[in-house]
Design a binder for this molecule. Structure first.
Ligand code: MRU
Length: 362
């Protein structure tokens, strides 16, 4: 099954329940907008491209569940419900972007039935496009890896972070398809352990040789010369660093990514970001990106047991920014780019919203 999909029989959103990994591989059905919002908040579905699909299907779900009185009332309710999906998490640009892309279908519809059909068709198209883009990212990125290479990755940017195939791990899977042997070192990625709970599971399912390390071992692994490349995904890429970073792109990804980039720079290990253009936000600069802060309980407890004094102050940011000067390659569905990662080079002068509008009108 895809990581997230529309279940036609139940008329709702189906997703792999990632809160249950690695113990169980189960499907969760979000029948209501509230259930979908909760699923996004607790990371039942997660990873920027999968969140994009969740946003797209969420807008379709909102249109299906909105009570139909007049068309205007239906539209108002559908938009309000879809907005709640868009706001469920702030950092990955894909979520709000794909909600908006699907909501645009409401303006093209004349009846409630037509609006429901159009929004679902648009969501399906967005989900399919994600898989195609990831395949292309994989093909381009695989050219950067030698046979026998060992890749370090952080968090989970694999099939389970996308509709299918993955971005950073898609590069590994594509290298494997090209007949290259690639090993992976997976950082555990505290505090929610997407590396150990999710990345190792999907890599082993695909028979990729995988070693799990605690986050704090990544420096030692580089000192020991074990790593040939670091390949990570992205939650949002801005092409303007704002006041904090000045000119140049900045990649926001799972907390700890910046640390891996600094270490990679120090040890001359290529640092690769693999992400679709749908993750590029050319409307914001780095100062405008909200870094999600998560619940202190994620640190004060481990597996429902105390991990710290229950009132200890906690700072629990979910993402950090890595500036382009620490990035050797950005791989998108359009190819491999090296800094400076400016809009003309990376997007050919278009932003992702223009591209999606163009794709939808064809
Ligand atoms: O908090 P998460 O699990 O949603 O964070 C996910 C990441 O940081 C991924 O690296 C990123 O979304 C890229 S997924 C292809």
């Amino acid at each position: 099954m895809r990581t997230i999909d529309w279940d036609a029989d139940r008329d709702c959103v189906a997703m792999v329940d990632q809160t249950r990994l690695p113990a169980e591989y189960t499907t969760y059905y979000a029948e209501t907008v509230d259930e979908l919002v909760e699923s996004i908040r607790i990371l039942r579905v997660r990873g920027a491209p999968a969140l994009g699909a969740a946003g797209a299907y969420g807008a379709a779900l909102a249109a299906r569940r909105a009570d139909a009185g007049s068309f205007e009332e239906f539209e108002r309710r559908a938009r309000a419900a879809a907005e709640r999906v868009a706001e469920a998490r702030p950092t990955a640009v894909n979520l709000a972007r794909e909600v908006e892309a699907v909501l645009a279908e409401l303006d093209r519809a004349e009846t409630v039935a037509e609006a429901r059909e159009r929004t679902l068709t648009a969501a399906e198209r967005i989900a399919d496009a994600d898989v195609e883009r990831n395949r292309a990212i994989g093909r381009h990125g695989a050219d950067l890896l030698e046979d026998g290479a060992t890749v370090m990755t952080h968090c989970n940017a694999g099939a389970l972070a996308t509709v299918d195939w993955g971005t950073a791990l898609g590069v590994v899977y594509s290298a494997d398809e090209q007949g290259k042997n690639v090993d992976v070192i997976a950082n555990e990625t505290r505090p929610l352990n997407q590396g150990s709970r999710i990345t190792t599971v999907e890599l082993r399912e695909r028979d990729v040789r995988t070693t799990l390390i605690p986050d704090n071992a990544s420096g030692l692994c580089m000192q020991e010369g074990r790593i040939d490349a670091v390949v990570v995904g992205a939650d949002r890429i801005v092409l303007d660093g704002g006041e904090q970073f000045g000119d140049g792109a900045v990649v926001f990804n799972k907390i700890g990514t910046y640390k891996q980039a600094v270490l990679a720079d120090r040890h001359d290990v290529p640092f690769v970001v693999a992400a679709p253009t749908a993750t590029i936000d050319s409307d914001s600069d780095a100062d405008e990106v909200e870094i999600e802060e998560r619940d202190p309980g994620e640190l004060r407890e481990i597996y429902r047991r105390p991990n710290a004094p229950e009132d200890v102050p906690v700072y629990n940011p979910a993402f950090d920014p890595t500036p382009a000067e620490l990035i050797d390659y950005l791989v998108t569905e359009d190819g491999v780019f090296e800094p400076p990662l400016d809009a003309d080079a990376v997007l050919g002068g278009e932003d992702a919203t223009d591209r999606e509008a163009a794709a939808q009108s064809t």
